[in-house]
Design a protein around this ligand. Sequence first.
Ligand code: ADP
Length: 175
Amino acid sequence: MCNIIVLKGDITVYPADIIVNAANSSLLGGGGVDGAIHRKGGAAILDECQKIRARQGGCYAGNAVITTAGLLPAKYVIHAVGPRWNDGTKGEAELLQQTYQRCLHLAVEHNARSMSFPNISTGTYQFPKELAAQIASDTIFAFFEDNQSIETINIVCYEQDNYDIYQAIIKRREI
Ligand code: ADP
């Protein structure tokens, strides 16, 4: 049985086996949650991202790579590249679902018991928040119908509106 917990604030302060980063294709860091993770995690994370880049040339939308967590309270960081919202007709929904699935599979492969997700694509990439939350929660719940090795998933919402949206979704599921 997996616990899904909705938290508020900065993802870098919550201990978990894996912290997911909303990265971009360059894997070289950026603003938002990406900036916070690299700042708090230290140089070891960027160092590994650069090695991955040298090997595979970055990471496309819908995919993710895994590195050390550096100084963060975690074993690994998964750098997930969500889709940039365009007009909804460019496969954005499928790509966001694929991004969450890829993170969950990588976490299982690395024997994670707990992991934290930020609200991927809902910042700079401008994915509509309600739709993103619905896709994220549907994907996570569907995944746990077949796989119970992860015990706790934190959904860490930095913004109050995302927090409210997830609280409402979780409440509906519990009814
Ligand atoms: P993207 O490019 O995927 O949209 P962003 O980092 O711009 O990535 O935003 C993704 C989400 O992460 C947004 O909801 C944003 O408010 C949130 N966010 C920003 N900083 C943090 C943080 N320190 N911890 C958790 N979430 C954060």
